[in-house]
Design a protein around this ligand. Structure first.
Ligand SMILES: *[C@@H]1O[C@H](CO)[C@@H](O)[C@H](O)[C@H]1NC(C)=O
Length: 226
């Protein structure tokens, strides 16, 4: 009797939790346009998998994150990613890593990762890190040994407020987190968004918008291609 009512309550389970099997897997690229014939296709959600008997330790290895990178650019920053593009063993594992070099007064400008939360730890210098959620700024000064978390898809930035070059390492929970820089995206699209539209969006004169488009436009070499 007892087991029967247990079975009965079990059969109600899908009615109480109907959502448990109702979602698509999270995409690991910006888009994946459907095609009718597989011959036109490239990949589904990640990359093709190597025959596991052919995998080697090198597929899971990356070296060079000890090196100080050149930060002589408009932001004073250089970010090196270890993601599925240079560590193929990360495919399907949902994790990646990065090193950021930030010059004195340099910054990682406002951006977000569409597919990953991030935990950032400082190993040299001092960074002021922040993210904005619902127009609330969450910010912290990070000294060596401190970490800060940026939730997935949330706008964040970091500035070197110390007097020595800063180094930080970050883990992100996607093999391909993606990075959307706000200025490059809004003012640097190709073709450009109509400046009159952006003039209203930002409540600025359209000549200022055109100046911003000249700075961030596709003809300008982007330094932030990670
Ligand atoms: C980052 O550093 C490397 C090596 O120092 C350099 O080749 C590259 O141009 C730098 N990138 C930027 C955006 O400054």
């Amino acid at each position: 009797m007892k087991s029967l009512s247990f079975l009965a309550s079990l059969s109600l389970f899908p009615l109480i939790f109907p959502f448990a099997i109702a979602s698509d897997p999270s995409p690991v690229q910006d888009f994946c346009v459907g095609v009718n014939t597989p011959a036109d296709g490239v990949f589904v959600n990640g990359k093709f998998c190597k025959d596991p008997t052919l995998a080697t330790a090198d597929d899971f290895f990356y070296t060079g994150l000890n090196e100080r990178k050149d930060t002589n650019n408009m932001y004073g920053v250089n970010v090196t990613f270890a993601n599925v593009d240079n560590v193929p063993g990360l495919n399907t594992l949902g994790i990646s890593f990065a090193r950021a070099d930030v010059a004195v007064n340099g910054q990682v400008p406002p951006h977000y990762h569409p597919r990953a939360s991030e935990i950032l730890g400082v190993s040299e210098g001092t960074l002021l890190a922040g993210f904005v959620s619902d127009q609330r700024l969450f910010t912290k000064t990070l000294n060596v040994g401190d970490v800060f978390v940026f939730p997935q898809g949330v706008l964040h930035f970091a500035v070197n407020i110390g007097d020595v070059p800063a180094v930080a390492f970050a883990s992100l929970n996607s093999q391909n987190p993606g990075t959307v820089f706000i200025a490059d995206t809004v003012f640097g699209s190709n073709p450009p968004i109509n400046p009159d539209v952006l003039a209203t969006s930002f409540q600025l004169d359209s000549t200022i918008i055109r100046k911003l488009q000249a700075i961030f436009g596709p003809s300008t070499e982007t330094i932030l291609n990670f």
